[in-house]
Design a protein around this ligand. Structure first.
Ligand code: GUN
Length: 294
């Protein structure tokens, strides 16, 4: 299995294995997967995410289109575009990059995307189906976390999982995935959040911790038990005078403190991050192959 003699869960390696598996599957697929990426406005982080997704589509030979829209676009115009893409048979996946300009309702946009093309897994039909354990598109970051755990053969059945953070993008869906009754899940899941008192009481009992709260170096060594598996979803920029750029990227885990106690741990960068795009490509492939919905 992937990199199985190291304590580090190597997301770069595992994501590249998934990309290779996709390339193999593509050879047997009669249809070319098509992904539409919609970017409204000029959020610098979103620009980078969309460019990286577009690059990966090109690498795999997917049909991809990128709709770059002015930040002043009206909600009605955006909904019209989504409607057009819903009807386009060359398009199997539609991704609207968030955040959207403030005058546009993200919920209206999510609901406008045909749930059968919702490769981001954010449509309420997909999130509802996830909770009740029905086949659906899984959001890409939680799906990537689950792949990391499976491929490093982490037992989840009967284990205590603590999720730090209750976002719709990561915290809630990963909790939903890991509480299902199947052999790759079946965990006892606790979600801690900003109103949780004495978080250490939970994290110290956890066999697996998934941190997605957006607080740099939040989880300290004395908050975890020996042998814990830690997945760090955080991407936080902190000042670093020693670096040329003046900053560095760190996760939600104090890596140096937690590493000695962990049996497995994801680094930042190079852990969960690279998995997200790989799972987006996988969802798009599955959509083209009609594996989720007919
Ligand atoms: N913004 C931050 N993360 C995501 C994501 O996973 N999907 C989309 N569409 N927008 C995001």
């Amino acid at each position: 299995m992937a990199n199985s003699n190291s304590k580090i869960i190597d997301g770069k390696l595992i994501s590249s294995q998934i990309i290779e598996e996709i390339k193999t599957e593509l050879k047997t697929l009669a249809v070319k997967p098509g992904l539409a990426l919609i970017l409204a406005g000029n959020n610098p982080a979103s620009e980078i995410y969309v460019r990286n997704k577009e690059k990966k589509c090109k690498e795999l030979g997917y049909y991809s289109i990128v709709e770059r829209l002015d930040k002043a676009i009206s909600e009605a115009q955006l909904l019209d575009l989504i409607d057009k893409l819903n009807k386009d048979s060359k398009i199997h996946g539609i991704l609207v990059q968030f955040p959207l300009p403030k005058h546009i309702s993200e919920m209206n946009v999510l609901e406008a995307v045909d749930y059968r093309k919702d490769v981001d897994g954010f449509h309420p039909i997909n999130s509802g189906r996830l909770v009740i354990g029905e086949k659906c598109f899984l959001p890409c970051t939680p799906a990537g976390i689950h792949e990391l755990l499976k491929r490093r053969k982490v037992q989840t059945s009967g284990k205590n999982v603590v999720v730090l953070g209750r976002s719709n993008i990561v915290g809630k869906p990963i909790a939903g995935i890991l509480m299902q009754k199947n052999k790759n899940a079946n965990a006892t899941v606790t979600i801690c959040h900003s109103a949780t008192e004495n978080i250490s009481d939970y994290t110290k009992r956890a066999d697996i911790i998934i941190a997605a709260i957006g607080k740099a170096n939040f989880l300290k060594g004395d908050m975890v038990k020996n042998g814990v598996v830690i997945v760090d979803v955080g991407i936080n920029r902190i000042e670093d005078k020693a670096s040329e750029k003046g900053y560095k990227i760190v996760g939600d885990i104090d890596f140096d403190e937690c590493y000695p106690k962990a049996s497995l741990i994801t680094p930042v960068p190079g852990g969960v991050g690279p998995m997200t795009i790989a799972m987006l490509m996988k969802n798009t492939l599955d959509s083209a192959a009609k594996k989720i919905y007919n």
